[in-house]
Ligand binder design. Structure first.
Ligand code: NAD
Ligand code: ZN
Length: 404
């Protein structure tokens, strides 16, 4: 039963309906429109979801995953299919280092060997790595076959499975090769999170904190209020957090699919976050953890520019820490800022920077200087030292903007 359907804004927007533990969010962008279903036990409907995605046409399902995920969830996936219609499973080793063009080629070869033609329908069953690769593969195999996303990490559920960005890394940098290619549908089963290591859950939640900071004060408050239960894996609360985070992303993508403007706000905390990942060789911190530190630096910049008040700084920085602990790392602020130069968001030397303007609002600015960024990065690194000394868990930020 549909209990609620509403449009978030007057202009063309996303619509969603909520039915107890099941939420459906419809994303309508220029080049595609599809539904994101969020709920518990949705895996059992995978076969039906594929039938819908195929739109009555004959299709052959191919599921891309990693063996560690498959070992945990194969039975549940298989149970959704009739005996004769099981998907063929293609494997990719787990890990960011496999998000490379040769993995796409290897999977394409496997598809070809299995006789996949344009009737193939791919399923990305994994975290962001699997999702990004499968979406890219689907876009280029036989010049394009449909795919659906079944994200299995929190990060993939709230972020990477929605919005159609797909691709792989180069030695020169992350996500430098890819295409926009939306899935036919996204199936977000919260039960999948039950096997996710806790630090992966916490790191993914940094993207939800980001969604709250940039556009959703109610989500921000929910994350503040229900921290303990969310981190303990309360499915109903996680469902609320995941759905709200997806709504933020879907809402932004619906208005600016190709990142001409508004979509850049999703990059809050990512300018320095990406630099931190690069400076630490993509090994020491998970993406969300690097974004957490990058967000704290962005908050310092906001404080320096007086675009946020000290108490707002403290509230937002403390929420980021509350979903930590964020691992420490060593880097010079100058080096981090140097590394931001290769960020894709820099165009013709103009750096787009997402500046916080309040709890739930940001602004994209183009006049942030290297000196300002170095100062903000320095302050964030200073916080790291102080907070770690005094015990990350106990301490936080005071309203005077400093680490206590
Ligand atoms: P990931 O895909 O590497 O998954 C993290 C680890 O968790 C892996 O070892 C994986 O095998 C394991 N795992 C996955 N699901 C599990 C489960 N249910 N139970 C137990 N283990 C499980 O990492 P991620 O954080 O999901 O994704 C990161 C990637 O997403 C990056 O490559 C990043 O560039 C990309 N990304 C893409 C977008 C986008 O818009 N396309 C947005 C954000 C991030
Ligand atoms: Zn991110």
């Amino acid at each position: 039963m549909i209990t609620e359907i509403r449009s978030l804004h007057e202009e063309r927007e996303i619509e969603y309906e909520s039915v107890e533990n099941f939420t459906k969010i419809a994303l309508t962008a220029d080049s595609a429109s599809y539904e994101i279903s969020v709920g518990t036990g949705l895996l059992s409907g995978l076969h039906v979801a594929l039938e819908c995605a195929a739109g009555g046409r004959k299709y052959r399902p191919f599921l891309v995953t990693s063996s560690n995920i498959w070992e945990l969830w194969a039975e549940r996936v298989r149970a959704s299919f009739p005996e004769a219609g099981h998907p063929k499973v293609l494997f990719l080793p787990a890990g960011e280092k496999y998000k490379r063009i040769n993995a796409v080629e290897a999977l394409a070869e496997q598809l070809a060997e299995a006789g996949a033609d344009r009737d193939a329908l791919l399923v990305a069953f994994g975290g962001g790595v699997i999702g990004d690769i499968t979406g890219f593969l689907a876009g280029i195999y036989m010049r394009g076959v449909p795919y659906i996303q079944v994200p299995t990490t929190l990060l993939a559920q709230v972020d990477s499975s929605v919005g159609g960005k797909t691709g792989v890394n180069l030695a020169a940098g992350k996500n430098l090769v890819g295409i926009f290619n939306h899935p036919k549908a996204v199936l977000v089963d919260l039960e999948l999170l039950s096997t996710l290591p806790e630090h992966e859950l916490r790191a993914g939640l940094q993207e939800s904190v980001k969604a709250g900071i940039i556009r959703d004060p109610a989500l921000f408050e929910l994350l503040e209020r229900e921290r303990e239960r969310i981190l303990a894996g309360d499915t109903a609360l996680l469902g609320e957090v995941v759905a709200a985070s997806i709504r933020v992303k879907a809402d932004v993508v619906a208005q600016d699919e190709k990142e001409a403007g508004l979509r850049m706000i999703l990059n809050f905390g990512h300018t320095l976050g990406h630099a931190i990942e690069a400076a630490t060789g993509y090994k020491k911190l998970l993406h969300g953890e690097a974004v957490g530190w990058g967000s704290i630096a962005a908050l310092h910049l906001g404080l320096a520019r007086k675009s946020i008040k000290e108490e707002e700084f403290a509230r937002m920085a403390n929420l980021i820490l509350a979903y930590g602990p964020l691992p420490r790392f060593r880097a010079k602020p100058e080096r981090l800022v140097e590394l931001t130069a290769s960020d894709k968001k820099t165009r013709s030397g103009r750096r787009a920077f997402v500046l916080p303007t309040g709890v739930g609002s940001v602004e994209v600015v183009y006049d942030v200087t290297d000196a300002e960024l170095i100062e903000a990065a320095g302050k964030m690194l200073g916080d790291m030292t102080r907070l770690t000394k005094s015990g990350l868990r106990k301490s936080g930020f005071t309203n005077s903007g400093g680490a206590a």
